[in-house]
Design a protein around this ligand. Structure first.
Ligand SMILES: *Cc1c(COP(=O)(O)O)cnc(C)c1O
Length: 229
């Protein structure tokens, strides 16, 4: 078995263990393989090991890889998980299946307008600055409900839920707090009538805490592909 196949198997089994610990079915937690800076040959290896969802952070790099892996286009679900500037929305709307880091209405409006007719709606999440950090991107929690309602009204997007990258914390209790806050925010959107189901939260270092608090999509790079150079 290749190293990547073995890593994928180990991550899947960690997901299953964390889900079981939380009393949740492992099938509720999807694995997004974060392949930024990873060469296409290794993405192909992960695909051959059964992985189907991949996340990219940079527009140019992502689009080049999608092109290079065009023979797998029907099999791979491509997620754009990086910050997105308004002058780069078009290729993202054309090439990706998901966008995780929407932090203002203008970006969402452009993506909706630029989504080609004939493609499924672009699946999107709002990025929330859940730890209240000055330097982090994402919208403040109290701005989420209004932004969510506005995005849900756009014709070519489907609002799926919320995404966050909390401030780093080492102990598991501190790790769980912001994830719990994000889960409550999603519950609030549901109670207001929005049909949202996705909590994109948890990376290699804090995946267990995220799953304990309800993550439905964990974004894992290092634990699958090794440390980035
Ligand atoms: C790089 C990245 C990840 C993956 O991080 P790892 O620590 O390598 O698992 C997840 N989410 C986002 C938004 C990232 O930029």
């Amino acid at each position: 078995m290749s190293v990547i196949a073995a890593n994928l198997q180990a991550v899947e089994s960690d997901i299953a263990a964390a889900a079981q610990q939380a009393g949740r079915p492992a099938s509720e937690v999807a694995l997004l393989a974060v392949s930024k800076t990873v060469p296409v040959a290794r993405i192909r290896e992960a695909y051959e090991a059964g992985q189907r969802a991949f996340g990219e952070n940079y527009v140019q790099e992502g689009v080049e890889k999608i092109g290079a892996l065009d023979d797998l286009r029907g099999g791979i679900v491509w997620h754009f998980i990086g910050p997105l500037q308004s002058n780069k929305t078009r290729v993202v709307a054309e090439q990706f299946d998901w966008v995780h880091a929407i932090d203002r209405l203008k970006i969402a409006e452009r993506l909706s307008a630029q989504r080609p007719a004939g493609l499924a709606p672009l699946q999107v999440c709002i990025q929330v600055n859940i730890s209240g950090e000055d330097t982090k991107s994402g919208v403040a929690p109290d701005e989420v409900p209004a932004l969510a309602q506005a995005i849900a009204a756009l014709p070519n997007l489907q609002l799926r839920g919320l995404m966050a990258i909390p401030a780093q914390a080492n102990d598991p209790v501190a790790q769980r707090r912001p994830f719990a806050d994000l889960r409550r925010l999603l519950d609030q959107l549901r109670q207001s009538g929005l049909n949202v189901d996705t909590l994109s939260m948890g990376m290699s270092a804090d995946m267990d805490a995220a799953i304990a608090e309800g993550a439905t999509l964990v974004r894992i790079g290092t634990a699958i592909f090794g440390a980035r150079g």
